[in-house]
Design a binder for this molecule. Sequence first.
Ligand code: UD1
Length: 355
Amino acid sequence: MKIWHIVGARPNFMKAAPVYRALARRRVAQIIVHTGQHYDAGMSDVFFRQLGLPRPGHNLEVGSGSHAEQTAQVMMRLEPLVAAARPDWVLVYGDVNSTVAAALVCVKLGIRTAHVEAGLRSRDRTMPEEHNRIVTDHLADLLLTPSSDGDANLRAEGIPASRIRRVGNVMIDTLARLLPAARRLRPLGRGNGCGPFVLVTLHRPSNVDDPRRLRRLLSALSRIARAAPVLFPVHPRTRAKLAAGAPRGVSLVKPLGYLEFLALQARAALVVTDSGGIQEETTYLRVPCLTVRPNTERPITVTMGSNELIGTDPRALERRAVAILREGGKSGRVPPLWDGRAGERIAEELIARMR
Ligand code: UD1
């Protein structure tokens, strides 16, 4: 049996690592194909190193571009490789442009394709990730879901139960494995390790592409920083939109490695984010999280976990953040099957379906 993992952007790497490890333990032949959607050392190489992923067998080096360009380049560069090698399974991860592009290529070549982290829906048709999720789920042969809401979404879209298998949250496998190592790291930067601090990430086009909106969010962060220091590792997309200078009280730093960022999440009094994965990581860590979006494709982090949807109004963000710093926020519970064994269940399922 021969398996290919297609990864492209930062949030894919931590999802592929546990599946790769579980298959390696079963001595399955496999390679990682990196599309090159994220190519900076800080967005890619450091993750391969810290997660213990092998060097990619192929790097498609697609780089940046419009959605159509990025998707088309992945398709054009991947097709001849997959057509020649004909792996038994191709695994695609999450909801980035590389995910949908790879699924299209492989399904059309008649190669069994599995989607890891299937079934999530924000129902927000303005998000590029939502297009990627819907299309990938309707193409893939096997849909591996993290939680029961994923199964329900897929069934409601008419996908037969035989294609759906709930395996739990693979990203939590990586978190649970590496948390002890992260906790051993020395605290990073000023303003943390010696008192409560707020950790921030923002990179969604809806929050950062409009300069006025980004400015208002930064002013809110600056006011939150009067209550506790704010540390903000800045994604390249956001960096490109930032005017000169950090807002008062807010430390802007480069994107961090997986371990460094995990260490900060585990120690933060509050996380403010618009990322998908960070909503889940804070739920597992039981650290209060405010998500700066009107909706989430990960509702279980709100109904069960420590996440709150604060919407898009910077004043609401400021009010709630200050209240949490004063009184504490939700600590929530860890959802079922977020137990560090999702990669094992995926490996078993792939092998069983080959028989
Ligand atoms: C992508 C994903 C998003 C995910 C995010 C995590 C899609 C549609 N979006 O968004 O779901 O949450 O990754 O990081 O796939 N850039 C660099 N260096 C890099 C990578 C990107 O400078 O290593 C720049 C690009 O040139 C571009 C911008 O950052 O200008 C955005 O990159 P892109 O991959 O298009 O989308 P993200 O916003 O990162």
